[in-house]
Design a protein around this ligand. Sequence first.
Ligand code: PLP
Length: 381
Amino acid sequence: MCQSVHVLPFLCQNTVKCYSSKAKSIATNDTLARRLTTLVPGAFPKKAVFFNSGAEAVENAVKIARYATGRPAILVFENAFHGRTLMAMTMTAKVIPYKYRFGPYASEVYRAPFPYPYRMNMSPQEAADHCLHEIKRMFTGVVAPDQIAAMVVEPVQGEGGFLVAPPGFLAALKRLCEQHGILFVADEIQTGFCRTGRMFAVEHDGVVPDLILVAKSLAAGMPLSGVVGRAEIMDVPPPGTLGGTYSGNPVACAAALAALDLFEQEDLATHSQLIGFIIQQRFQHLQQRFPCIGDIRGLGSMMALEIVTDRVSKEPDVPLVKEILHIAHQLGLILLNAGMYNNVLRVLVPLTVTDKQLEQGLYILEEAITRASAQRHTVRE
Ligand SMILES: Cc1ncc(COP(=O)(O)O)c(C=O)c1O
């Protein structure tokens, strides 16, 4: 059962209460801000500001970073997804469908390589070293580091195909940022709130971001996003420069407080690790049966399969992915694809899933791959 169903009764009771007075609505917003600033990593004073969508959180993080540092440039990564508004779209890597015919794009956005061990034909460590080397080269040949306000990075690239930052990579990026006065911004809009087996994915690498972006699971489906970070940075933009009519609306904030109770009381971080372990075991078993599974990757319950025509050429097999999605849908399982080539099958199981539901979902996925591969075989014969 998805988290939003757990939060729904709470919402119904609290909607009227939240709007009954201005004081109550401010109190809800304030309680959430205090709770989030305690929850995100970092033993220093923090502040939070709320918006509606993930893209809005990205836009505002860029505004805060530019205002606080007085620098124009933003460093982002290959395969990144940050949203569909003008700046967020510019920061997003994939052209179709996100950027094509929507130019001209915002200026001063620079793109660095992100480790993709499978396609780089490297070990995770080699891929991380290669990317770090390239970023340092960019500081000489592309953009001066003292002009960069912020580096914005997803600890696990979601839309990009569940590419996990290799161990030590985020920590190395953070050190590079500190060396050059660049703010380290973690986009945890997809990875946040137990999805990777920790409350925030940066915790796997012991990294403390200057700003952290939250949305999606934050309010279990209600429209709410936020930027949480160092008070000394968050306090720089003057009053009135950030915000919006619906920003941090009290009903969504109340939903977030209920969702946070659920994450903590039911220890969904541990459950997410368990879900990920079960999925990974099953995927390894599937990989032995199906040569179309080129790569298995993920962190916690964020697990994915990269589907290829064969393991030598690694040619993305998009028609096969479409067929698997179609059959799974017919059998009652909605799956999404992702990745630069649309050939990654990603699994984002609700963290409140029961063992029986998880088993049923994995059974359907296995059945869909079996039938789609058999059809392919028949067509070829
Ligand atoms: C990492 C990341 N950043 C930003 C966004 C944009 O969020 P929204 O769709 O709420 O604007 C998403 C949405 O998928 C995301 O996964």
